[in-house]
Design a binder for this molecule. Sequence first.
Ligand code: ZN
Ligand code: ZN
Length: 190
Amino acid sequence: MSTHNEITIEDVQRFHGHVCPGLVLGYRMATAAMTALGCTRSGDEELTAIVENDACGVDALQLVTGCTMGKGNLFFKDYGKMIFTVMKRNTGEAVRVAPSREQDARRTKSTMSPEDRQKMIQWLLDSPEKEVLTIQKIAMEPQPYAKIRTSIECTQCYELVMESRIRVHAGKYVCIPCAEILERQPRSGS
Ligand SMILES: [Zn+2]
Ligand SMILES: [Zn+2]
């Protein structure tokens, strides 16, 4: 199978720490998205991606597309679905990539024997794109660049917190973990 932007399945395996069906599927999905968009790896922020689970395949997506959690051009929606949406930020041109029904049918068993796992990995690597994936071109609203937000010091632990995540408890700025501790404590005078 072809490599994409010099990111190979071996690179992805090295990054992820092991090879598994989810990783290989993610690699196929991510490379297919890049090809469909006619893109090269996102050096900065020209691509954004939305993932709908936080499983193995997301590591492949991060390496192949350059859309990463740390750069702020990867968005996680906790839907429990293996779907990647990759978008060109400036045009809104996007693709939604999902596993094919055939892929899903082959993966119905939650526990596979080591032989079945190996067969699945090989099938995912060798099969034509159409058998493994479905790709839909969609149009999305161009998205804003990651904001550099100011940080506020938590009045309990004195650690800095992104402005958008700070909470107010009894009139004081607190981080989420400190707020959770405070909320568990019985209020004095009540
Ligand atoms: Zn894995
Ligand atoms: Zn705190």
